[in-house]
Design a protein around this ligand. Structure first.
Ligand code: SF4
Length: 341
């Protein structure tokens, strides 16, 4: 009876999380979207701030884009929050403001895939539904010593069936969370703590000594590397910011002046002049790599003080840059600006 051991362990060891204390469907939904690609400890303050500012689905549906982008600033993968609002509007229009309860209904909403739908349906509504994320795939391919490639649909289907077979149908939400928690705390990717594992006796990989060979994943694709120069063009404590296009990477977010190549100091001055500025002083800023999911930006940066210019630019007051949703790709530069003497 694997589920008995697992739930006993979960009841004793589960971490406190604000959305666990009150599994209101909206809270579960927001937390699950935030937790995609981001760790629990990072998510907690973001979650609390988000819920404070936008406490209901209705508030999210009506929120100004600038506000929710700012609340998301630093979490990355901004399409997640754009979809969150799109879905909130559909819930308002088509579901009388209540998130639907069944997995297939939830999956009709933007940004809600199989995993998130299963998590909401089971945790918030107590429905018997699976929620297969990376942790669950790892735990179950180890428990069953399944050597299938976990990016393949057939493997995911098998894992789904394993979970359904072993699930405690009276506590599906807790059961799903107990596997995820086991994956996060005990059955970790590199050093699984098999000696402290509540289901060690049921684990085939442990018996066969193959824990570290599971799960099987395909070789990673190489990321594309790109060269970028960030120019902080400044006049009298105000800097130029630009809004990115409304599609593609970091859409609708704000950035400093960005050039798709590495410029030398001389070239950076010439670039500013071409833009109609009169440069007074130039200083080198941070040089660093920013890693996206399949892309790496190799960034060099300069700060260029210029004479006051007119022309079509958005000037942001340097001390109030937090009013703009500037993504984490530029946060080293923002921090450097803040600490500049
Ligand atoms: Fe994971 Fe080890 Fe537990 Fe198996 S025994 S589920 S490999 S921690």
């Amino acid at each position: 009876m694997m589920h008995v051991q697992l739930l006993k362990w979960f009841d004793a060891h589960k971490r406190t999380m604000p959305w666990r204390e009150q599994p209101i469907p909206y809270y579960v939904w927001v937390s699950e979207i935030m937790l995609q690609q981001t760790q629990v400890s990072v998510v907690i303050p973001y979650f609390e701030r988000f819920i404070k500012e936008l406490p209901t689905i209705e508030a999210l549906a009506q929120a100004d884009e600038e506000l929710f982008l700012r609340l998301w600033q630093g979490l990355g993968y901004y399409s997640r929050v754009m979809n969150l609002q799109k879905a909130a509007r559909i819930v308002q229009d088509q579901w009388q403001g209540e998130l639907p309860q069944e997995k297939d209904e939830l999956m009709t909403l933007p940004g809600i895939g199989d995993y998130t739908a299963g998590a909401i349906s089971s945790i918030a509504y107590g429905k018997v539904a699976t929620a297969i994320d990376g942790n669950v795939l790892r735990v179950y391919t180890r428990l069953y010593d399944d050597d299938g490639d976990i990016t393949k649909v057939a493997t995911k289907r098998r894992v789904d069936a394993y979970v359904m077979d072993t699930m405690d149908k009276t506590r599906p939400g807790d059961f799903n969370q107990s596997i995820m928690e086991l994956g996060a705390l005990v059955c970790t990717p590199k050093n699984p703590k098999c000696n402290a594992c509540p289901v060690a006796d049921d684990c085939k990989a442990r018996a066969n000594g193959t824990q570290l060979l599971r799960p099987v994943k395909p070789q990673k694709k190489k990321s594309v590397e790109e060269e970028k120069t960030v120019l902080v063009i400044r006049a009298d404590k105000r800097v130029i910011v630009q809004k990115r296009p409304n599609k593609g990477l970091l859409k609708n977010l704000w950035q400093y002046t960005l050039v798709d190549a590495h410029l030398t100091e001389k070239e950076a001055v010439a670039f500013a002049q071409e833009q109609g500025h009169v440069p007074l002083k130039i200083k080198q800023g941070p040089t660093y790599k920013h890693i996206f999911s399949h892309r790496i930006w190799n960034i060099v940066s300069f700060i260029i003080d210029v004479e006051e210019t007119t022309g079509k630019h958005t000037w942001a007051v340097q001390d109030r840059l937090e009013e703009y949703a500037i993504p984490s790709a530029f946060s080293l530069i923002s921090e450097w600006l803040e600490n500049e003497v």
